[in-house]
Write a protein that binds this ligand. Sequence first.
Ligand code: SME
Length: 153
Amino acid sequence: MFSTLRPKIDTLLANPAGTTDDKLQTICDLLKDTVPYYDWVGFYFKNGDKDELKLGPYAGAPTDHVIIPFGKGICGQVAVSDQNFVVPDVQAQDNYIACSISVKAEIVVPLFVNGVNIGQIDIDSDTPDPFTEADERFLEFVNERVAKLMTQG
Ligand code: SME
């Protein structure tokens, strides 16, 4: 599954047409539609010079959590830790922001541009404990490619 998704990501990012947000939206839709346990896929980015994240393109149910302060929830923790955060069971987390009661697990992988953590990809799953290292490596790949796009302008 990830081996067929990687070249698709490269192809869609190489397309000169469309804005960066259009391409991020296509990635969200592609991932949500292809990976059976990806039920919500979105990008959050640092909101200007504020210590908060702002929701970017996403696929799945609308969320109330458009702005997330640094340190709050899984996303806010990744904004300050610079580390992947894999949550097999969201109920077991104290510092967690619930978006939907159907969500069982979450993975957040930071997105670095020139070594700076500027945002993240966030996946929610309605399946308990679905994420493996293969998800982490794949989502790191996605973020590396998106970072390349952003540095190219
Ligand atoms: N659950 C996240 C909030 C964002 S939603 O999953 C879309 C968190 O705890 O940071």
